[in-house]
Design a binder for this molecule. Structure first.
Ligand SMILES: Cc1cc2nc3c(=O)[nH]c(=O)nc-3n(C[C@H](O)[C@H](O)[C@H](O)COP(=O)(O)O)c2cc1C
Length: 163
């Protein structure tokens, strides 16, 4: 799948077949995440790949809108050192990972981390140091659904030269 096609066809997938995702594919997703742009190339990110079913369930239970993480093959937790642009940087890496997952034929969904009460709980569960920020939880698995999503048309959002 080429990059433009992957960007245009990625959708959030919240139902998974249960088939495992090979570690080398998960590794490649992190490789795509760590190559994202970051402010002054500070690369504040750390990635925790969770595949152990009990930990997936514990993470799912801690969230409000991420219960489907329990059925995912993996949950990639994107954490960042608390730098000035940690949120932009961590979000950039997160989107890279989701698009790369789609290009690998996988489904994924972003579950909010930053500013959520569960971000501290999950940081501690994973043994990440205090002060590190949890930016996102990315559920990854083989898709068991192909959701459609209403998107604002290009003509409504594109402004040439002035707003
Ligand atoms: C910052 C952010 C937080 C999100 N949090 C959740 C969440 O907690 N649970 C969930 O099911 N989806 C979450 N999503 C996924 C959005 O609901 C989804 O991206 C949106 O509905 C657009 O659909 P699409 O991803 O298929 O284009 C989040 C997405 C972003 C970017």
């Amino acid at each position: 799948m080429d990059c433009i096609c992957a960007l245009k066809t990625r959708r959030s997938v919240r139902a998974y077949t249960g088939e495992p995702v090979p570690p080398e594919v998960l590794r490649d997703l992190i490789d795509c995440g760590r190559l994202a742009a970051s402010a002054v190339n500070i690369q504040p990110w750390e990635f925790v790949v969770v595949t152990e079913p009990r930990m997936l369930s514990a993470i799912a239970d801690a969230t409000d809108y991420g219960k489907f993480i329990a059925q995912a093959a993996a949950c990639i937790v994107v954490l960042c050192r608390d730098t000035k642009y940690y949120l932009e940087d961590g979000c950039n890496a997160s989107e890279n990972i989701l698009v790369a997952a789609h290009a690998h034929g996988l489904g994924g969904c972003w579950i909010a981390g930053d500013k959520k009460p569960h971000s501290e709980t999950i940081r501690r569960m994973l043994g990440a140091p205090e002060g590190i920020r949890l930016v996102s939880l990315l559920a990854i698995g083989h898709p068991a659904e192909a959701p459609e999503k209403e998107k604002r048309p290009l003509k409504d959002v594109l402004h040439w030269e002035k707003f």
